[in-house]
Design a binder for this molecule. Structure first.
Ligand SMILES: O=C(O)[C@H](CS(=O)(=O)O)OP(=O)(O)O
Length: 239
């Protein structure tokens, strides 16, 4: 199986995603919040590209979630902290969500054969999904405003490590190889290392240390959020 890691959302070349399983990785914080929401009973997430599209799309009974540049949006029910999406409020709800990098990256992933959302919180579940589909995979790091983000890359390295762990032949691109080594060197101290990344540092300075902790738990949840027909639903893997 071939694994291609793409460093950020503005580095997708035509046809890279076709016929592939695409994993959209935005550890801080959109992927982690989406995984948390579906694990806590949200019925679906509708990703929106802009704040005004999100507002237009939200029908009665739906929740609005997201941020711009990390800040809460006027009139939105939820921001982008995983703990917002762990609240009883989300149970049974459809959430229209727009974030600075994560939902934008997701919308760019549309050409993938299957598009799922991954992070540390559901790493093993994502790997089971990739294995079952048996397609080559693209690990699409969201990054931050057109730049690579360390935490997304280290999560990609983590997925590669899990894919390798049952002895399967996995051929990663050069970026994937280096991120795999990067993951191995920090995996026992993720918080210590990833709070120094640009996004980690930004969240720390905003007093959101709790978000970092919540995003860096390995395999807290077993759901695979899958984007299909404009909505993200929880996909349960057959045993
Ligand atoms: O709120 C976040 O964590 C980020 C915004 S920023 O890059 O920190 O300004 O959004 P996301 O789309 O989850 O990367």
């Amino acid at each position: 199986m071939k694994i291609t890691v793409i460093p950020h959302a503005d580095d997708i070349h035509s046809d890279t995603l076709s016929h592939k399983t695409v994993v959209v990785i935005d550890v801080f914080r959109a992927s982690s919040s989406i995984v948390t929401a579906l694990s806590h009973g949200a019925s679906a997430i509708i990703p929106a590209g802009t704040v005004s599209e999100a507002r237009q799309c939200a029908k009665e009974g739906m929740l609005l979630g997201g941020e711009r540049f990390g800040k809460r949006l006027d009139g939105f029910d939820l921001c982008n902290s995983p703990q917002d999406y762990a609240a009883p409020l989300v149970r049974g709800k459809t959430i229209v969500m727009t974030t600075t990098n994560g939902t934008r990256t997701l919308l760019k992933a549309a050409k993938g054969a299957d598009v799922i959302i991954g992070c540390f919180l559901n790493a093993s579940a994502c790997v089971r999904f990739i294995r079952q589909l048996k397609h080559d995979a693209v690990l699409l790091c969201a990054g931050t405003r057109g730049d690579f983000s360390l935490e997304d890359g280290i999560a990609a390295g983590c997925l590669i490590d899990l894919l390798l762990s049952d002895g399967q032949t996995v051929q990663a691109n050069d970026l994937g190889l280096v991120l795999h080594q990067g993951y191995l060197s920090v995996k026992d101290h993720l918080l210590t290392h990833l709070c120094r990344s640009a996004s980690g540092d930004r969240l720390m300075k905003r007093g959101l240390a709790r978000d970092l902790e919540d995003c860096l738990v390995m395999d807290r949840y077993d759901v695979v959020p899958r984007w299909k027909n404009g909505r993200i639903h929880s996909f349960r893997l057959p045993d």
